[in-house]
Design a protein around this ligand. Sequence first.
Ligand SMILES: *Cc1c(COP(=O)(O)O)cnc(C)c1O
Length: 349
Amino acid sequence: MQSPPAPLRLRIDRAALAGNWRVLDGMSGTASAGAAVKADAYGLGVAHAVPILRDAGARDFFVAHWCEVAAMLDHVPPSQVAVLHGPVTTEDAAFAHATGVRPVINSVQQARLWLALGGGACDLMVDTGMNRLGLPPSQLAEPDIARLRVHTLHSHLASADEDSVQNRQQLSLFAQVAAARTAQRRAFANSAGIALGRDYAFDLTRPGIALYGGVPRAELADAIRQVAFPQVRIMQVRQLQTGDHVGYGGVFVAPHAMRVATVALGYADGYLRSWDGRGMLQAGAEQLPLLGRVSMDMVVVDLSAIPDLGPGDWLDLPYSLPVAAQGGQLTQYELLTLLGPRLERFVTD
Ligand SMILES: *Cc1c(COP(=O)(O)O)cnc(C)c1O
């Protein structure tokens, strides 16, 4: 027998996701926009997001791990997928060969793993100042790097969401690297990097967060639309008397008689304890403040604004990413990627 519908779900707005890709592709100028779809398309679900991005026109998809490749190949050909972490083991390199997915080579060691299995087209990530993944520019002349057949030459901005001098420094270093190293294409900008201007775009951009409704720089605020809309069901409604306590620790004490609803959303779903005392749900335009602590599988909200709701009714979790991130407890990236597997993903037109 099939499970009944989940009491919590994540609505994905097809037009908003496709529209965000088109906006970012347009802002990339003569470069094309790809799509960072690591971490299950930032939590939206590859099976939902990738066909929409593909149909909008995206032809370059980036995942972090090799275990993320199989889900991609249900929707796009292997030549359109690259794995950012590159081959760390021989098994990784063998898997890249077998599937035809491009590894992003990040070090001389990774180049050797790739060449040992015969090499072939790969991407190369050069570190221009982030010191996380990527080849130091001083090692570009290493014989095993020189031997690589580089499809796309990459670097990644560390501070594109800020007005940092590091952006220009990385740009000028990447321009030097790109002039020195032959590659079919050059890719540099993430979402925020696209907003820094056309000189950051090169041939291909790699937006992630802004595709999914994130606004990492103010320049994107008017163009980017919310894509992911969490919704949760009321399980039970109760009447509190003055002085009643709610939830673990009894930290909320009713100041007067009030109607409350217990809702199927908890920290196990990515609605973290950092929302204690400040979270809220919505029923239409009505705001329903969170009462007490977030539990693993539920929260309690104040139903005073709209008392006739009952079990089975759906509430909205306000999740405009730039607004939800304003308290500073969670970033826009965390807000999306935290959303757990118990939210049933579905797409609406
Ligand atoms: C995640 C990632 C991106 C996308 O970054 P956003 O800030 O989400 O746009 C681009 N490039 C690389 C190398 C990444 O790891």
